[in-house]
Design a protein around this ligand. Structure first.
Ligand code: E4P
Length: 216
């Protein structure tokens, strides 16, 4: 399972990218609004840092307007993927865009049916929102495993991005459920790398190395 970062904060993206583990970035209007920067400039700067797919969300609501917005956003950099909400106009726009070779990440997905529909129109990615499903007392991870099963049954190539990840266990569960990608907030990525036994192990090794490093 690949790891994307779910943020529009350039400093956080640069820091995590320096670990060498990042395969892409997802943003949304809420994340972009926290940065207080012109949206296209923000996306351009992110695309200059990370090689992999960078999701930028279209906010138009009518098919032709979504298509125009997506075409324009896709000009920002070759690795831009257009996030489009799952809705009838979004599906219709995605059909047109996928035939033009513009990659779409169908977002705000909460069910297997929505994921099936996204695949019909050639979405490259589908983003089920695990945490928000949990928030309404349903099981977000089951949605991921059900989509993975159904996609597997029919050889569907749309990649599943486990989104709305809230804690490190969500990442483990998304991987076990068959997600292709997890898009993970900065704070959760920082938690993923930590383990008290690793810290203690490093401390002990460094202490013991001091005892022998000058021996000839
Ligand atoms: C997905 O790509 C979204 O940006 C994001 O994962 C939503 O997460 P939230 O439910 O924490 O807002």
């Amino acid at each position: 399972m690949k790891i994307f970062i779910d943020t529009a904060n350039l400093e956080n993206i640069k820091e995590i990218n320096s670990w060498g583990i990042l395969s892409g970035v997802t943003t949304n209007p809420t994340l972009a609004a926290k940065e207080g920067k012109e949206f296209r400039l923000l996306i351009k700067e992110i695309a200059q840092v990370v090689d992999g797919p960078i999701s930028a969300e279209a906010v138009a609501m009518e098919r032709d307007e979504i298509v125009e917005e997506a075409r324009s956003l896709s000009q920002i950099a070759p690795n831009i993927v257009i996030k489009i909400p799952i809705m009838p106009e979004g599906l219709a726009a995605t059909r047109i865009l996928s035939r033009e070779g513009i990659k779409v990440n169908m977002t705000l997905v909460f069910s297997v049916n929505q994921a099936l529909l996204a695949a019909q129109v050639g979405a490259s990615y589908v983003s089920p929102f695990v945490g928000r499903i949990d928030d309404i007392s349903y099981d977000g991870i089951s949605t991921i495993s059900d989509i993975a099963l159904v996609y597997g049954n029919y050889g569907i190539e749309t990649q599943i991005i486990a989104a709305s990840i809230r804690h490190p266990l969500h990442v483990v569960e998304a991987a076990l459920a068959g997600a292709d990608i997890a898009t993970v907030p900065y704070d959760v990525l920082k938690m993923m790398v930590k383990h008290p036994l690793t810290d203690r192990g490093i401390e002990n090794f460094l202490r013991d190395w001091e005892k022998i490093k000058n021996l000839k």
